[in-house]
Every structure is written in structure tokens, then in C-alpha cells.
Design a binder for this molecule. Sequence first.
Ligand SMILES: NC(=O)c1ccc[n+]([C@@H]2O[C@H](COP(=O)([O-])OP(=O)(O)OC[C@H]3O[C@@H](n4cnc5c(N)ncnc54)[C@H](OP(=O)(O)O)[C@@H]3O)[C@@H](O)[C@H]2O)c1
Length: 313
Amino acid sequence: MSEKVVISGASGDLGRRVTALLQQEPGVELTLVTRTPERLAQKQAKGITVRRGDYSEPESLDTAFAGGDVLFLISGLNLGRRVPEHRNAIAAAKRAGIRHIVYTSVGGVQSGNPALSAKDHYQSELDLRESGLAYTFLRNHLYAEIVSNIWIAPAATTGRLELAAGRGSLSPIGKEDIARSAAAVLRASEHHAGAVYDITGPELLTVAEIAKIGSDVYGVPIEYVPVTAEERLAYFDSVGIPRTYDPSMALSTDGHMWASDELVTADVSQAEDFQAILTHHVKQITGRMPESLRSVMERVKSVRYDQIGAVAQ
Ligand SMILES: NC(=O)c1ccc[n+]([C@@H]2O[C@H](COP(=O)([O-])OP(=O)(O)OC[C@H]3O[C@@H](n4cnc5c(N)ncnc54)[C@H](OP(=O)(O)O)[C@@H]3O)[C@@H](O)[C@H]2O)c1
């Protein structure tokens, strides 16, 4: 009998990668849920079920999740407002008879973590633990592609990498390794019920070490210049980056939607070593070591951040 896997938030980069890994999988029947089904028309043409669903419209999720066994709940982007959105998805999953939710959380989730992103995920993890459904958390650490293209690429032109991350370290992880981990968990969800995985790269790095890797890959000197959180916020104000996330905000020139409160609190979280976690969970789940930051950087250095997924597939 086939396992019916529903992927919600399916048109984004991670959703597409996991779909590509599972769509040929014997014993897996996919349903893709997205706010924009037209973006998945090619998948529909290949016979995969595509349904419209929006975490902010609970009634849309009842139809979207119907018939599923396992839900891959890809967290939304609506920082500060996504906790109720995820609650809508959890409640709809229960109504639809889904038995297990695999949730994309973030590295360093703890009650005291100052990162705004981690606060949302902390609450959504609590909500899932209390839902009565089986759950697996994939605490995805910072994308190596963000480190490569959002931190290092601009620093390679100025020679300076300014962050409020102090001497803290983290373990960047490539998106394809995250996708492979998610696909492996979704293929055999019953073996991962109750598991909390820190999906980290193969090495723990300070920003100074990351700047050194960037210097090697780009062939130019890059110096890490630690700044205070206030200085970092003032810099973002000066270049017109809004303080708070707004779903209708325009993409930045590097292909992302940034709000400075999210970025700076993530730096502070790193400075306080909330993200200083290194695990072998990717190897345990997928059977192979994750790609190094250096290798990801070499691969994506000439690609705009929002085009990386299209180039990968
Ligand atoms: N660990 C990290 O470094 C890191 C970095 C950035 C983001 N993230 C988190 O990881 C998630 C997946 O990353 P990604 O690279 O695939 O991001 P992405 O390409 O920007 O895609 C964002 C995803 O969020 C979904 N989404 C947003 N609001 C939604 C809503 N109201 N209802 C349903 N779906 C909604 C979108 O689904 P549809 O458009 O298909 O509806 C889309 O799949 C992100 O959404 C974010 O929560 C992690």
C-alpha cells in the first residue's frame, strides 16, 4: 500500500527539491499543496496531485490535506505571524486524518534563543508536541547558500564582512542535504516519530573562519568585522531594509525578502552560541556526509540566491 505524503509550501525551493526526490519513489503517493498551483503546473501535467492551500485560510487546508497520511509542513515566511498559520495547518491535518507531521524548524531552538525566527519555531514545535499527532522536527541550520551568496558574495566586493555575530559559530548546511534528509524521513516516517534532528553541515565555523573560506573561493581578501547589534540595525536602516517582515515587500537585489530584526537577532543568537551545534544526523538519516560550505560556495557563487533552486534541478 502507498504512503500518502502531502507536501505543503510545495512551490518553494525546499518543496521542489523534496518533490523531485520523492516523485519517482515506489510506495509514495504525493500531493503538493501551495498557494500558487499554477507554479506547479508541470508537476500536475506529470500526474502529481496539486491542490491550493494557504496556512492563513484554514478552510482551504481541509480539502488540500484530505486523504494524506504524512504531512511535510514547510514552515511559512510570515515571521511573527506564522505561529497561528502553522496552528491552522496542524488543526487541519488532524481533521483530515493525517497521522504524522514532519516540520521544518530551525537550528538552536530553545526558549531563551533571541532569534525572532527561533521564537516562532519554538512555539510551533510546542504546538506540534501537544497536537497528539506523531511528529518529527528537522531543525535546519543556516543554509550554506545564504552564507555563500548573502554573506560572502557582497563581502567579496567590499573586502569586509560585517555581522553582529561576535565569536559565535554555526554549521551551515546545503539545501540539497536538507532535502535529502527530509525525503528520507518522509519515506519511512514511522521510524522517525518523536525524533528531533539538528540538520547541520559537516563542520562548526566561526564567522572569521567562514570569511577565510570565502577569501579562498573568491580569490580576494575578506575580513570579518564584528559590529554591535545597534550598528548592524543602523546599517540596514541606511540601505532601506525594513525593520519588520511584510509579505508584500519587494525582493532585495540579492533575491530574498529581508527584514533587519530577523537578521540582527539571528546574529545575536549566533554570538550567544545558540547555533553552535554539530551533529551527524544528516549522515544517520541519509547514509552520507553533508557537503562542506566550501563546496557549496564553489557551486553557487555565480548564481543569484533566488535562482539557486532552478539551477540545481
Ligand atoms: N534554515 C534556513 O537557513 C532558512 C532560510 C530561509 C527560510 N527558511 C525556512 O524554511 C522554509 C523553506 O525554505 P525554502 O528555501 O523552500 O523557502 P522559499 O523558497 O522562500 O519558499 C517559502 C515557502 O513558504 C511557503 N509559505 C509561505 N507562506 C505560506 C502560507 N501562508 N501558506 C502556505 N505556504 C506558505 C511557500 O509555499 P507556496 O508558495 O508554495 O504556497 C514556500 O514553499 C521557509 O519557508 C522558511 O520558513 C529556513
